[in-house]
Write a protein that binds this ligand. Structure first.
Ligand code: TRP
Length: 462
């Protein structure tokens, strides 16, 4: 068995690998090293967000005060719990860095794969999710929630992009088989529509879009990135001898416009005009040398640095749009590890004892924390001697991931629990105190937003 067979990540499975370093390496995710996040959030500082794809593109836009967006989606079934709040924490952080926020309610997906009526999806999405997102602090003026079912362009994009993939690819990404329900094939296509449509002119135009996800969702990101890249008319690559090269990607849709005529013959006039437009598109970037080979559809920029690649790509995507192409930038993404479930295994909405729901009563939360899996030793004597295990202790992990924003306070708890000074019952009490504050704050903010949920909705969602 190959290693890749062994390590499939599956957005629909309840079983997840937690070997994050291995996932990162095998699926080619980037690390967070050297990215230099401005004012990093708690999930960043604590290594809970552990990987990314093309996040640099987004950070660069933020740094230059160029527009960029963040997109996430929600399944409108079930109740919102702590696990879901991790994505919203990150969305909030991107928003604080200047991102516009788009949120997809996956009502078509829930309807097709879980048999929920669209009315029920709407009701549940607003009450369980959007309301809590409001309470968690998203800014209503720069947040736009829409429903898959009422945004035809999203469905159309999913349909159109279907041309860029096939069943074999769906099989190798998702493990689909002959008996796989086609709703499961369509859902990722609609999701690709969700992720890419904010770049359309009607939804904000060409700009980097980042999708923060749990690592189980990476198959969707990979698919969407590949689909977008396959529509591109110009490929920008590092050149072997330094600099960048730009190649034409001739496809059925664009061959005439790129100067490829019958039987592959190059139409010199058309090709020449395209090359002129590429030169003009690159002009503002100010490269001294632009070497053209129209016949081979190749342009070389020997003096370009690898950090120029983003600007070159953006200029060419804009040109592609002017010429009638889609001009889609593959989305960026970030990946967070999963918080452990309260019983010590996986967190799951279908098992309420494994997580805390955002509207759990304090007494319910308290009971769950008291029963939660502990990293303490079985007797006080042993605990004093050996200390507690923070990696396994639910109370510690929940302070780390959700409830204790103060790094110094958290480190003090870690130190004293690990050394055995702090007992399991004591760390649970701290966790309960912090969680009480956290849930109390959310309940209060929920009340404040009771009549203002519509402020978060896009016009087509009202
Ligand atoms: N499939 C996602 C889930 O199961 C929901 C979703 C739909 C989504 N569209 C999205 C997530 C776009 C991120 C981006 O939770």
């Amino acid at each position: 068995m190959s290693v890749a067979d062994d390590l499939r990540i599956d957005p629909w499975s309840s079983q997840q690998s937690t070997d994050y370093a291995r996932i990162r390496d095998e699926f080619g995710l980037g690390t967070m090293e050297g990215l230099d996040l401005p004012n990093p959030g708690m999930l960043h500082r604590r290594g809970i967000v552990f990987a990314q794809r093309d996040l640099g593109v987004v950070l660069d836009a933020a740094r230059r005060k160029n527009p960029f967006g963040v997109l996430t989606g929600l399944m409108p079934s079930g109740r919102m719990h702590l696990g879901h709040s991790m994505v919203i924490e990150q969305v909030k952080w991107f928003q604080s860095q200047g991102a516009d926020v788009t949120i997809a309610v996956a009502d078509l997906e829930a309807h097709a794969t879980r048999g929920m009526s669209l009315e029920k999806c709407r009701e549940n999405a607003l009450k369980e999710y959007v309301w809590n997102y409001a309470a968690l602090g998203l800014d209503p003026d720069r947040t736009s929630v829409y429903f898959q079912s009422s945004r035809p362009i999203v469905q159309r994009l999913g349909f159109t992009l279907g041309k860029r993939t096939n069943l074999s690819e769906m099989e190798s990404i998702y493990g689909f088989r002959g008996e796989t329900n086609l709703a499961h094939v369509q859902a990722p296509m609609v999701q690709a529509g969700d992720i890419l449509h904010p770049q359309l002119d009607e939804y904000g135009g060409l700009r980097p879009i980042v999708v923060p996800v749990g690592v189980d969702q990476d198959p969707h990101i990979r698919l969407t990135r590949d689909l977008a890249a396959r529509t591109n008319w110009f490929n920008v690559k590092p050149r072997k001898s330094g600099g960048l090269s730009i190649g034409l990607s001739v496809q059925d849709e664009n061959s005439a416009k790129l100067g490829v005529g019958d039987r592959g013959r190059i139409d010199r006039n058309v090709r020449g005009a395209i090359f002129d437009s590429i030169h003009s598109a690159l002009e503002p970037l100010g490269f001294a040398d632009v070497l053209s080979n129209p016949k081979h559809g190749l342009i070389e920029l020997p003096g370009a640095a690898s950090r120029d690649r983003g600007a070159v790509r953006m200029a060419l995507l804009a040109l592609e749009r002017n010429l009638g192409g889609m001009g889609m930038l593959p989305p960026s993404s970030t990946y967070h590890r999963f918080a452990i479930g309260m019983t010590g295994d996986k967190m799951s909405s279908s098992r309420p004892e494994t997580t805390i729901f955002l509207d759990d009563e304090i007494s319910v939360m308290e009971k769950k924390v008291k029963r939660a899996f502990s990293g303490g030793q079985s007797t006080v004597e042993e605990h004093r001697r050996l200390g507690g295990d923070c990696d396994k202790d639910v109370a510690f992990q929940y302070l780390l991931t959700f409830f204790e924003p103060d790094d110094a306070a958290l480190e003090e708890i870690r130190r004293s629990y690990t050394s055995g000074d702090m007992l399991a019952a004591e760390i649970k009490t701290i966790c309960i105190d912090r969680a009480t504050e956290w849930l109390g704050d959310i309940a209060e903010k929920r009340s404040a937003f009771e009549d203002r949920i519509d402020d978060f909705l896009a016009p087509d969602a009202l």
